[in-house]
Design a protein around this ligand. Structure first.
Ligand code: KG4
Ligand code: ZN
Length: 328
């Protein structure tokens, strides 16, 4: 079954074609990031206007890359929520109109759960001979992105129970805000990730929050700690690597501790990680350690499927379609 996925929840406009919820034929992602960079964050009005201009061409490109035509599409899946309302509306309206015109089913998909589903996808160009391990369920799912930091109990992808979430900033949001304090660009995550590699030191420490009696997170304290540190030591801003390192160690540690805590308490051996922050090199390193030290099966997607993309929407769309058993 060929599903066309459409994703427009934030600043990206993405379209993808995925076969049977697994094999990615194409995944086109166009970002309006440069239009937002000088404002230090995404401006919703700019994002939705660009999406309106781009969506038609992005969908066409995804069809061309998959060497399919519209008649060969069996269903259209689209991000339903959460996201910027204007941006969501562009994708939803386009997908609804297209499904109606093609007389094909429309499947509405939750963006957050789709981030976890990214772990079940493979690119067609990848060597299929490579062993591809399908994560077994039930699993614990960590979604760490610019808008969300949540832990789920994933029984299957139609039964995901929220166990905990951030009480304040999302972890990606904390990265972006700290990058702003340091006078770095937007988005802050990749820049801080890079700087931290050459900033190792023991002198600067920021306390992280570990909320023992819940599965929640909190990241606003560490951001404020960076602010106060910079007020006292303004010269550190000139070479922000050390602060980037200290900040990253703290937030990654909070994520790892809470993931381990929930996996042990729930006695679950599979951990699925997704969202933009899953691209973080230090987090990926620590997840590997977790895997070997605690015999957990840890999964995180390839870099291109960590950030927002339509392949994860088409993939989860297939599962939902099968579950609710609607005929194309
Ligand atoms: O999942 P995503 O593309 O969009 C949302 O659904 O929010 O995540 C974007 C977030 C941004 O906050 C960005 O700074 C962060 O992911 N991010 C990273 C890295 N790459 C992207 N954070 C830490 N390290 C990275 N390498
Ligand atoms: Zn996202």
């Amino acid at each position: 079954m060929n599903i066309l996925g459409i994703e427009t929840s934030c600043d990206e406009t993405s379209a993808s074609i995925v076969i049977d919820g697994k094999l990615i034929l194409s995944n086109v992602v166009s970002s309006s990031l440069l239009d937002h960079a000088r404002y230090g964050g995404v401006i919703p009005e700019i994002a939705s206007r660009r999406q309106l201009e781009l969506i038609h061409e992005v969908v066409n490109q995804s069809l061309r890359a998959a060497t399919l035509n519209l008649e060969q599409i069996d269903a259209v899946a689209v991000t339903q929520s959460p996201g910027l309302i204007g941006s969501l509306l562009v994708g939803l309206s386009f997908a609804r109109a297209l499904a109606f015109a093609l007389q094909k089913p429309l499947i509405e998909v939750d963006h957050i759960k789709a981030h976890l589903y990214a772990n079940y996808l493979v690119f067609k160009k990848d060597n299929i001979e490579d062993p591809f391990v399908i994560p077994s369920l039930p699993a614990i799912g960590l979604v760490a992105s610019g808008g969300h930091t949540s832990l789920f109990y994933v029984r299957d992808f139609t039964h995901c129970r929220l166990l905990g979430k951030t009480r304040d900033d999302a972890v990606g949001e904390a990265y972006d805000k700290v990058a702003r304090l340091l006078g770095l660009g937007y988005p802050g995550g990749p820049i801080i990730d890079q700087l931290a590699k050459t900033g190792m030191n023991q002198q600067i420490r920021f306390n992280g929050a570990f909320l023992k009696d819940s599965y929640d997170f909190s990241f606003s304290g560490v951001k404020t700690a960076v602010l106060y540190y910079l007020q006292k030591h303004p010269q550190e801003k000139l070479s922000p690597n050390r602060i980037a390192y200290a900040f990253q160690e703290t937030v990654v540690d909070s994520l790892i501790k809470q993931c381990l805590n929930v996996c042990l308490k729930k006695k679950i051996k599979t951990l699925l990680v997704g969202g933009g922050v899953a691209a973080n090199s230090r987090l990926r390193e620590r997840l590997k350690e977790l895997q070997s030290q605690y015999a957990l099966n840890v999964f995180y997607p390839p870099m291109s499927l960590c950030v927002d993309n339509a392949a994860m929407i088409a993939g989860l769309g297939y599962v939902l379609f099968k579950k609710y058993n609607r005929k194309p």
